[in-house]
Design a protein around this ligand. Structure first.
Ligand code: NDP
Length: 304
């Protein structure tokens, strides 16, 4: 039985040592497996095109990052489990970033950064946090954690998800329009699926209160960048902080780089730690060997 690892050499080193220690009977191959028939598990960001024919005994494919949207699920045989990365550091870092971004939007940081460029000393009025309505799209692992991180500030919190959720002190919606109508700072933490591609568009922005702010942490392809720029220029939105774009990296001449109301970071909200990632994959392989459910297995019909 073998694991095939398809990622950077630095990560491979960490995974190799962790596997040798925890599962010495499982062979660990990097880049290529001498006998593809023995490969039961693949750890990768991109799925090999010939996955179905080359690895007929494959049981699970583990994503090296948090999402699985980079996989074409149609090319992965139905019996192969698709497993997303679950490691505690991803949530911890996302909690930090979402707090930073929400406070930046709440305290008008883009406006003050733009004024600093022209040496303009012009204080605006601060809004108390309980009067700022924050809405989180996606109430999964990360969305719920972000809500917990934002609680101590006293924001008026709401969340939106596909199935109904109950979270103490948070208004939970499955209907998008009423959720948007009460949201001054919108945080997107949805997975990229057929349903969420392009969801952050002009129609959605129009349903937010005028002057609302956007924090986008999901995936770049969920945002229609031209619609965001138009909404900012027309005042429908007043600011945005984006960690994900489409494409990544964003071309140097893209208007989002220089828009005065946008703060942009290069997809760094959360990064997978190799050691924690290896522990997650080892736990998954061990569970599979013991006939137990593998943590992080996605529902392939939903796409997340
Ligand atoms: P989860 O799968 O745990 O949660 C997804 C949430 O989104 C669920 O609440 C789900 O609803 C909801 N959802 C999915 N589709 C829809 C829809 N069509 N309409 C309404 N709600 C929907 O994911 P995570 O919280 O772990 O991660 C979310 C995403 O964050 C990842 O997929 C990834 O794209 C992104 N991410 C970004 C990072 C970065 O560095 N910027 C780092 C890590 C992740 P329900 O509860 O009903 O299932």
């Amino acid at each position: 039985m073998a694991v095939l690892f398809l990622s950077t050499a630095a990560r491979a080193q960490v995974f190799r040592e962790a596997f040798a220690h925890a599962l010495p009977d499982v062979a660990f191959h990097v880049g290529e497996a001498p006998d593809p028939l023995r490969v039961r598990w693949i750890v990768t960001w991109n799925a090999p095109d010939d996955l179905a024919t080359r690895y007929p005994n494959l049981r699970q494919i583990f994503s090296i990052g948090a999402g699985v949207d980079q996989f074409d699920l149609g090319l992965i045989p139905a019996h192969v489990g698709v497993v997303r990365m679950l490691e505690p550091g991803i949530g911890a870092q996302m909690g930090e970033y979402a707090t930073l971004a929400t406070l930046a939007m709440h305290r008008d940081l883009p406006r003050y950064l733009a004024r600093q460029q022209v040496a303009e000393w012009a204080p605006g009025e601060n809004l108390p946090a309980p009067r700022r309505r924050v809405g989180v799209m996606g109430l999964g692992q990360l969305g719920t954690l972000v809500i917990d991180r934002l609680r101590p500030f006293g924001f008026d919190l709401a969340g939106y998800s596909r199935s109904i959720r109950a979270i103490d002190g948070v208004s939970c919606f499955t209907d998008l329009a009423p959720f948007l109508a009460r949201t001054d700072i919108l945080i997107c933490l949805l997975p990229l699926t057929m349903q969420t591609r392009g969801i952050l568009d002009a129609a959605l922005f129009a349903k937010l209160p005028r002057g609302a702010r956007l924090v986008h942490l999901g995936r770049g392809a969920q945002l229609v960048a031209a619609d965001l720029i138009a909404a900012l220029d027309q005042g429908q939105l007043s600011a945005a902080m984006l960690d994900v774009t489409d494409p990544e990296p964003l071309p140097a001449d893209h208007p989002l780089w220089r828009h005065p109301s946008v703060i942009l970071t290069p997809h760094i909200a959360s990064q997978t730690s190799a050691a924690e990632g290896a522990a997650h994959v080892i736990a998954g392989v061990s569970a599979d060997l013991a006939g137990r459910p593998v943590a992080g297995l996605i529902d392939r019909r939903r796409g997340y």
